[in-house]
Design a protein around this ligand. Structure first.
Ligand code: AHG
Ligand code: MN
Ligand code: MN
Length: 329
């Protein structure tokens, strides 16, 4: 049987051809970004600009280049109405919106603090639809996502995609640059002994997060009665990919230091797409108190607390949050 390329996979599905064009444009953007990242040192693209984005973060040169590639390549899609990017404050409208047109939400380069140290980075994206002719509202909840995915620029470049049911992983073949299906039907392993959180923020954490991590760290002697491992790559794409392959839970909670901002990670182009991928792979995604994809957004760059991964661990964390919030009442 012929190799299952991304194109073959998409054309065998019942997707609208215009959505297939868009997904192929996204894949092309990621292919180009992978090369730009890989050649960053030769082309003078490592390091930072002196520009601060809407997040208050200094943009890396590659953040901007990756954003520009998404914009340039995806603008070809005839039914793409608007772009919502981490790196651009306002929504970019490409056409007068008509019902059914597509809206693309993306983090062009995720984990960009890893660039200068040559560690894994990625891109994250989700697609939703315009609800009626002339409707310029882009603030729909994650349940309205019709597909979501990420590209991981690691030792190999991968594209992991869900178009509403299964999660499929494609690896970019060196030479042909084809994305070939290498990881069909990805599922989050149910059992896990691994957690991912930036523990340098321990002093800011709320009780439920401290309790969870303390219990993991206590190992065999603690209430969990088993030994846990910890990983933190500072690149959400790499963490989520590891969880899809090996199980585990990823946390970027709201804490006393980031609560005013709502947390660290952005709802529309980080938390929502990853929540859809993880849920479609059999895992769960929560803020601790609510399901991420049920949040009604208030702004394109809104931040939220994020807990996602193996269902049993996320449920345990939700229980800890619920008992804390009922104790406060
Ligand atoms: P971005 O590079 O798009 O701004 O996102 C970085 C995010 C995410 O990828 C990662 O999980 C987290 O920030 C890392 O945060 P710390 O700096 O606290 O480790
Ligand atoms: Mn990011
Ligand atoms: Mn980013």
């Amino acid at each position: 049987m012929a190799d299952m390329t991304l194109r073959r996979y998409l054309t065998q599905s019942a997707l609208d051809p215009n959505l297939i064009f868009l997904l192929e444009d996204i894949a092309s953007s990621c292919r180009v970004i992978a090369n730009t990242v890989r050649n960053g040192a030769f082309e003078g693209n490592l390091g930072s600009t002196n520009v601060t984005n809407i997040q208050g973060e200094t943009q890396k040169t590659l953040d901007i280049l990756a954003n520009d590639e998404f914009e340039r390549i995806c603008s070809n899609s005839p039914r793409l109405a608007a772009l919502v990017s981490e790196e651009v404050e306002e929504v970019t409208w490409l056409k007068e919106p008509e019902a059914g047109d597509y809206l693309l939400y993306f983090d062009p380069l995720d984990g960009s603090s890893n660039l200068d140290v040559n560690l894994s980075v990625g891109s994250i994206f989700a697609v939703m639809q315009v609800q009626s002719d002339g409707d310029r509202n882009v603030l729909h909840s994650g349940r309205n996502q019709i597909c979501a995915g990420y590209a991981l620029y690691g030792p190999s470049t991968m594209l992991v995609l869900t178009v509403g049911d299964e999660v499929a992983g494609f690896t970019c073949q060196h030479g042909t640059a084809d994305f070939q299906l290498t990881h069909p039907d990805m599922t989050v392993p149910a059992e896990t002994a691994e957690f991912a959180i930036n523990t340098s923020r321990y002093r800011y954490w709320d009780t439920p997060i401290r309790r969870y991590v303390d219990e993991c760290v206590a190992g065999e002697d603690g209430v969990r009665q088993s030994s846990f491992n910890m990983r933190w790559t500072a690149s959400m794409v790499a963490e989520i990919h590891r969880i899809l392959i090996r199980g585990g839970v990823f946390l970027y909670p709201a804490d006393s230091n980031n609560r005013k901002a709502g947390g660290k990670l952005r709802l529309m182009y980080e938390a929502n797409p990853m929540a859809m991928i993880i849920e479609n792979a059999g895992g769960a995604a929560s803020t601790g108190l609510a399901s991420i994809m049920d949040i009604q957004p208030t702004g394109p760059h809104q931040r939220v607390p994020v807990i996602l991964g193996s269902r049993s661990e996320v449920e345990r964390l939700v229980t800890y949050h619920m008992s804390e919030s009922s104790a406060e009442q």
